[in-house]
Design a protein around this ligand. Structure first.
Ligand SMILES: Cc1cc2nc3c(=O)[nH]c(=O)nc-3n(C[C@H](O)[C@H](O)[C@H](O)COP(=O)(O)O)c2cc1C
Length: 341
């Protein structure tokens, strides 16, 4: 199995929904939501990639970091790499439907575990989408995290109980899904949560709770006060609102606001091991990867998913050797080039 073959196969399966570009940066697919692009002009997706690109790193090669350890502890689990599969749903209308929602969720969850990490699964306009993810997680002994849309309170409680029954490691909510009109049209209304409603949701379960879709320090503080065990700094891959900054621009401010109190994850535009290194140097505990794993799944199924994650791990090891980091904890802000040394 090699990446080029996976990409070629994915290109056929996507039927044009994703062009599998040489650089996955949101330009060709701008405005394609549904589809694989970013909303409106596509600028929020594009800026995820641009913001990471603007960051340069310091080469350091006179040290003893010969065999870097890429593992981390997250929610009591050892992950072999600080990368988690991002939740993705809507395979029929976003990816062309060559595979089913179930096949997709199974491969993402199983492939992530095979690579030594875990996946989050998503929720969409058809409730069966959430169930596909939960069922994939259940089959793997609960090793995964279902992410629920900001549905009405009573619905959220039902969805949480499904995650509990599947013995999921944690459960969460993409609070940034608050404006999805498509969901309301299909009789599945979503909306913003007040701090009290969020607190009520989080305290209703004994599972650790992850709040995904935080882009400002004040909302990070609100999520932590409501009881979140972790937050994901994310603009949802640019899919829900145009003109947002790339996640790398807001991450440091959010980490300095809540980094001592909660686990801060981040996503958007991760395309290589160096991108993983950059986000960690900016203060993230781990990163989520979305679109490249959709390519990996459509092009290579479960094996494609684990292949891509292992590829990222190898690139991260390489980047750690060349920046002098023996462990993930050693990836400090010093790794980033600030214009003067
Ligand atoms: C096709 C597609 C479907 C998605 N579905 C969900 C979802 O159901 N729930 C969710 O929280 N995020 C969803 N996301 C957002 C991702 O979890 C993630 O935040 C984003 O894709 C990260 O950016 P990247 O694709 O550049 O890595 C989706 C993204 C894509 C591309």
């Amino acid at each position: 199995m090699d990446w080029k073959t996976i990409e070629n196969e994915a290109k056929i399966k996507f039927k044009g929904y994703c062009r599998v570009c040489r650089e996955c940066n949101g330009k060709v697919c701008a405005g394609e939501v549904p589809g694989m692009g970013g909303a409106g002009s596509g600028s929020s997706f594009v800026d995820n990639v641009e913001a990471l690109k603007e960051i340069k790193v310091n080469l350091r090669v006179i040290h003893g970091a010969k065999e870097p350890d890429t593992s981390i502890e997250f929610l009591g689990q050892r992950l072999e790499l600080p990368v988690i599969a991002a939740p993705m749903t809507g395979i029929s209308y976003n990816m062309g439907g060559a595979v089913s929602e179930e096949e997709f969720a199974n491969s993402i969850v199983e492939g992530s575990i095979a690579a030594g990490t875990i996946a989050m699964t998503g929720d969409g306009a058809d409730p069966a989408m959430y169930d596909s993810g939960v069922s994939a997680i259940r089959k793997c002994g609960g090793k995964g995290i279902p992410i629920i849309k900001p549905r009405e309170q009573k619905e959220v409680f039902k969805y949480i109980s499904k995650a509990e029954e599947a013995k999921a490691l944690a459960v969460g909510m993409d609070v940034d899904g608050a404006g999805l009109i498509t969901m309301a049209l299909k009789g599945q209304p979503v909306g913003p949560k007040t701090p009290e409603e969020l607190g009520e949701i989080i305290s209703s379960t004994r599972l650790p709770f992850i709040v995904k879709g935080i882009m400002t320090p004040d909302e990070a503080v609100k999520a932590v006060r409501a009881g979140a065990s972790a937050i994901v700094v994310s603009n949802h891959g640019g899919r829900i609102l145009d003109s947002m900054p790339g996640a790398a621009r807001v991450l440091p401010g959010i980490v300095s606001a809540v980094g001592d109190e909660t686990e801060v994850l981040v996503d958007g535009g991760v395309r290589s091991g160096i991108d993983v290194l950059k986000y960690i140097a900016l203060g993230a505990k781990a990163v989520l990867v979305g679109r490249p794993l959709a390519v990996a799944m459509l092009g290579g199924g479960t094996q494609g998913v684990s292949f891509y994650l292992k590829k990222l791990k190898n690139e991260l090891i390489q980047a750690m050797i060349l920046t002098g980091c023996a462990s993930i904890k050693e990836i400090s802000p010093e790794v980033i080039f600030r214009g003067k040394i």
